[in-house]
Design a protein around this ligand. Sequence first.
Ligand code: FAD
Length: 383
Amino acid sequence: MLDTRLTDEQQQLRKTVEEFAREVVAPVSYQHDRDKTFPYEVVRGMAEMGLFGLPFPEEYGGMGGDYFALCLAIEELARVDQSVAITLEAGCSLGAMPVYRFGSEAQKQEWLPLLTSGEALGAFGLTEAGAGSDAGGTRTTAVLSDGQWVINGSKAFITNSGTDITRLVTVTAVTGELADGRKEISSILVPVPTPGFTAEPAYDKVGWHASDTHPLSFDDVRVPEENLLGTRGRGYANFLSILDEGRIAIAALAVGAAQGCVDESVRYARERSAFGRPIGQNQAIAFKIARMEARVMAARAAYYDAAAKMLAGLPFKKEAAVAKLVAGEAAMDNARDATQVHGGYGFMNEYLVSRHYRDSKILEVGEGTTEVQLMLIARQLGL
Ligand SMILES: Cc1cc2nc3c(=O)[nH]c(=O)nc-3n(C[C@H](O)[C@H](O)[C@H](O)COP(=O)(O)OP(=O)(O)OC[C@H]3O[C@@H](n4cnc5c(N)ncnc54)[C@H](O)[C@@H]3O)c2cc1C
């Protein structure tokens, strides 16, 4: 697919990942979804291609690309498999990026080569059972004692936190009280395994079956004082800034999903006949697919715009929220329309569109719900 907004190098990356998605990911997607298994062999393949290092400098084992390159790769993977795409998104933008953005040089040297090579995965523990959209409601605590942080509490819905190759979970925890009585929240690196840290049994989810998601518990988990990530008391603000970027990557994932629904629907509407002609010759079906294509193009433009602003060092909070909002809705709307185009087959799990139907719902919830995006946009408008 020629896109005049992309450089030759970006086109090449897109093409390489598209081929990998088609030839390596797609053939095993149904099986991993059905069996709810983590696709280790696919992740190893992505690691060998350098995808986990895309937005990081070479000195830390990265590929020297940028965040937009990561988004392009995530979009291509999501066309055929959202679980694989979120594994990459969370590995890079939630697992490794906090260390890269806020870590000391020693922390970067210790963790980034491991994470950017894809040899290991890192996870991002912000959400708790009682603190989701209102993530500042963190109740997990970390108390400094004899040169160690002692962490107690729990986290909910944490991606990539319980795989065989998970080596790091970065968590937010209350480390004290500010002068005005508000919580002082800091972020702390917890190597995996560490005694007292448990990834509880995986969730039984509606979709993203091949993505790894667990509740986590921390029972007197002790890590060295140097594992504080960034400035004490800045943990919550730092995590929120990671989410601003992450929204662009999730928007890219949603665009990929919405595009996958168009791909499948065009093919099916040409192949499937009813009443003696292909169903795509009925305007009701053709218009439905045309509208799906329009949603994809608008959402892609929104995330390209947000990424361009971010990379230019311009404010991008509103653009990232808009991209996440429109792309998440485009994925869900396209998944609903694509299953309709597929009739009864769209309700069968071996059809990609049925997987997109189950998988896309979370795109209106994760990394900030639709309502949270509206809140952010309204705030940027001064409301
Ligand atoms: C598969 C999966 C993977 C995830 N991965 C991670 C991860 O890796 N790391 C991590 O930290 N978190 C992760 N999450 C958590 C995710 O970010 C939260 O679920 C999400 O932010 C919503 O929080 P909540 O579930 O507590 O919903 P709530 O915040 O309880 O929201 C419930 C509803 O109320 C609405 N609402 C809340 N407040 C307002 C308001 N002020 N105005 C209007 N509406 C409002 C919400 O929009 C939503 O519709 C993941 C979740 C899932 C399901």
